[in-house]
Design a protein around this ligand. Structure first.
Ligand SMILES: [Zn+2]
Ligand SMILES: [Zn+2]
Length: 285
């Protein structure tokens, strides 16, 4: 099993050390864990200037020595913002990442801004706006993120539903089919993949980011790059929901999932990861 979206204490909101993850991964018998620390470029962001690259290198090297059976990948999750594209590109250039996840966490709305990954700003914004007003600018920013090609995959594709479902009810991709398909088309054209981020399964939406419908559309449009990640911020959530993610990938028409080394994709057949996934339904039953 593989988990490519994990945050350690190298991220401002991480609760477990890289060494803790390595130990837990070894206990669980995981083949591969991808650290994916936050890199934020806007002072409004919690992890702004938090990531210490020397410390990240040091801690991952030590953990590799401690858990040699687990492949530890060194990734980064950038908060994509169109207005900071040049700065983000310059920061990424010349650094040796295994992979880059490009995520939209912060949306500059016409009459305010919101951190869609956090409850407070979202409660204030969503409470005063329609679903369309709240979700459309998110998907527009995600389209710019896909086109930018800055990431190897787009993080938690429809994160805006995390706190949105409490205001607007269950997220129906069909309501934003045009906008979502435009993002998927841009991703396929730019060679940018998607991830199945399983944190949504344990959060309010009760389904991954994205769910089955969007994964099917992506596959139908020729999408081939698909990673699986728990978005764990502490070891308790390591590999959470990853079996369900494999079942979803199969249901959407994928036969392999993706990992990266030095930003080059590699594919791992789902069958080789454990046949029990083929007996699971996408809803986990
Ligand atoms: Zn994120
Ligand atoms: Zn994350």
């Amino acid at each position: 099993m593989i988990d490519l979206h994990v945050h350690s204490t190298c991220s401002a909101d991480g609760g477990s050390s890289i060494a803790d993850y390595a130990r837990r991964a070894q206990e669980l018998g995981l083949a591969e864990v991808g650290l994916c620390e936050h890199a934020d470029f806007d002072p409004r962001d919690r992890s702004y200037r938090y990531l210490d690259l020397a410390r990240y290198d040091r801690e991952i090297a030590a953990a590799r020595g401690m858990a040699p059976q687990v492949r530890l990948r060194q990734g980064v999750e950038i908060t994509y913002q169109a207005n900071l594209e040049a700065e983000i590109g310059a920061w990424l250039a010349g650094k040796r990442w295994d992979y880059v996840v490009a995520s939209v966490h912060l949306v500059d709305y016409d009459d305010g801004w919101a951190m869609v990954s956090e409850p407070s700003a979202v409660e204030a914004y969503f409470g005063r706006h329609s679903q369309r007003q709240a979700y459309l600018p998110y998907f527009e920013e995600l389209l710019r993120a896909a086109r930018s090609g800055l990431g190897d995959v787009l993080g938690h594709f429809d994160l805006v539903k995390r706190y949105g479902v409490a205001h607007y009810g269950r997220f129906e991709p069909a309501s934003f089919a045009g906008e979502i398909r435009a993002v998927l088309r841009a991703a396929v054209e730019a060679g940018v993949g998607l991830e199945i981020n399983t944190s949504g399964l344990r959060q309010a939406p009760g389904e991954s980011y994205p769910g089955l419908t969007v994964l099917r559309w992506y596959r139908e449009m020729g999408g081939e790059i698909l990673t699986v990640g728990s978005d764990a911020h502490r070891v308790d959530h390591l590999a959470d929901g990853t079996n369900q993610a494999l079942a979803l990938a199969l249901a959407a028409g994928f036969t392999a999932i993706t990992t990266f080394e030095a930003r080059a994709p590699q594919w791992i057949t789902i069958a080789s990861l454990g046949l029990q996934a083929t007996f699971l339904q996408p809803d986990g039953s």
